[in-house]
Write a protein that binds this ligand. Structure first.
Ligand code: WQD
Length: 339
C-alpha cells in the first residue's frame, strides 16, 4: 500500500489522521519536531491500530534535513502537511516565527515533491482565511479577506504558494482543506488534544475547568448579534475531520480531482454558540461548569459555519459525529490524561 508522509503527525489532528490512514492500510511516516506534541502520542496511535508508524524527529526549517529525508523516502506517494505553528495570539507577537515556520517549511517540502514523478499533497488550511464572511453558511467561493492575524495570513499565503506551484508542476496535485473548529478526541481516549500551557481554544478550556485544572471558564462576550449573544462557530469532531483527509488523499491518488488545486470547507454545516457548547458539555458530562461572562476577545469574529455541499458532493464525505459526541470524547480524554 502507498507510503504517506504526515508532517505534524503527532499533533492533535495529525495523530487522528494517522490512525485513519493506518485503518485504510496505508504505510505512514511521521515527521514531527515535537515543539507542540510528544513522542508518547506514538503509543496512543499504536494502542488503537496495533501498528507503530515510522517516526522521524525533524525540524522542517532545516532545508538540508528535508532534502535528506526525501532522498531516503523517495517512494512517498502523498503528503498530508499539518506541521505549522497555530496559536493566533502568539502569531501577532511573533510574526517572523510564523512566517519562517509556516511558509519556509512549506516551500522546502514542495521543492522536494517537485522532484518526484508524481505527488499528492493535502494542506491543512483553516476557515480563518475567510475572516468574518459576508454570507453564511460559508462556501469555498467566499472571498478570502485580509487576514486578522499573521497565523491566518500564513494559511492564505500557503494556499497561494500551492496554487501557483500546481500551475507549473503537472506532476503535483493538491487539495487545501479549510477546517472550521476541530474538537473532541478518539473514542478510545488513547489520543486527543494536548494543549501546552493555558488553552486558547474553547473546548480544552472547558474540560480543564471541569477537571479542576482551571478555576473557571471566561466566556468572551455575550453582547454579539446572535440569539444568545455569544459567538457562533462550526465545531467539527476531529475523527470526522481526520476521515476527510483520507478521502481527499484518495481523490488525488485515484486521479479523481477536477483540477490540480482544489479547496474544500470541512465543517458540520451547523453553527453552535459558546453557551450552547457549554450546555452540551454539562449535559453529556453531568458536570456543572463554572463560567463567567467577561468582555469580548480581540479579533473574534461573530459567526462562522460551513456550507458543506462541495465536500459532501465532491468528496462523498459528511460528518457523522455530533457536538455531544465531541463533548463526551473530549471529557473522556481529559479524565484519562488528568484524572
Ligand atoms: C471559539 C469561541 C471565543 C476560549 C481558532 C483559530 C482558528 C482555528 C480554531 C487553527 C470564540 C470563545 C474561547 C475561551 C471563550 N485554529 N472562547 N472562552 O477563535 O474560533 O478559532 O481556533 O486553525 O484558526 O482562530 O476558536 O476555540 O479559540 O474560540 O469564550 O476561553 O469560543 O471567543 O467565540 P476560534 P476558539
Amino acid at each position: 500500500m502507498d507510503k504517506i508522509l504526515v508532517t505534524g503527525g503527532l499533533g492533535f489532528i495529525g495523530s487522528h489522521t494517522v490512525v485513519e490512514l493506518q485503518n485504510e492500510g496505508y504505510e505512514v511516516v511521521i515527521i514531527d519536531d515535537l515543539s507542540n506534541s510528544s513522542e508518547k502520542v506514538l503509543e496512543g496511535i499504536t494502542a488503537i491500530t496495533g501498528k507503530t508508524p515510522i517516526f522521524e524527529k525533524l525540524d522542517l526549517k532545516e532545508k538540508s534535513k528535508v532534502e535528506a529525508f526525501f532522498a531516503k523516502h523517495n517512494d512517498i506517494k502523498g503528503v498530508i502537511h499539518f506541521a505549522a505553528s497555530k496559536a493566533v495570539g502568539e502569531s501577532v507577537k511573533e510574526p517572523l516565527l510564523y512566517y519562517e515556520n509556516n511558509i519556509g517549511t512549506l516551500v522546502y517540502i514542495l521543492k522536494e515533491l517537485k522532484k518526484l514523478p508524481e505527488a499528492s499533497f493535502i494542506f491543512s488550511s483553516s476557515c480563518t482565511v475567510y475572516g468574518q464572511a459576508d454570507e453564511l453558511p460559508i462556501t469555498e467561493n467566499a472571498p478570502v479577506k485580509q487576514a486578522e492575524s499573521p497565523y491566518g495570513n500564513t494559511k492564505q499565503i500557503g494556499e497561494e504558494i500551492i496554487r501557483d506551484t500546481c500551475k507549473v508542476v503537472p506532476s503535483l496535485k493538491a487539495i487545501a482543506l479549510r477546517y472550521f473548529n476541530p474538537v473532541g478526541a478518539h473514542e478510545s481516549a488513547e489520543i486527543g488534544e494536548l494543549p501546552i500551557g493555558v488553552p486558547q481554544n474553547l473546548v480544552p478550556f472547558i474540560t480543564q475547568t471541569a477537571i479542576g485544572l482551571r478555576e473557571k471558564l471566561s466566556v468572551f462576550g455575550d453582547d454579539y448579534p446572535t440569539p444568545d449573544g455569544t459567538c457562533i462557530r462550526d465545531y467539527i469532531h476531529v475523527v470526522d475531520l481526520a476521515k476527510a483527509h483520507v478521502v481527499a488523499l484518495q481523490r488525488l491518488l485515484g486521479n479523481k480531482n477536477k483540477a490540480n488545486y482544489e479547496t474544500f470547507n470541512l465543517g458540520t454545516g451547523k453553527g453552535s454558540s459558546v453557551l450552547e457548547v457549554v450546555k452540551a458539555f454539562e449535559k453529556v458530562s453531568g458536570e456543572k461548569l463554572n463560567y463567567q461572562i467577561v468582555g469580548r476577545r480581540e479579533g473574534d469574529i461573530i459567526s462562522a459555519y460551513a456550507d458543506t455541499t462541495k465536500a459532501n458532493d465532491e468528496l462523498g464525505w459528511k460528518t457523522k459525529l455530533t457536538l455531544d459526541d465531541a463533548m463526551r470524547s473530549a471529557w473522556k480524554w481529559e479524565q484519562k490524561v488528568r484524572g
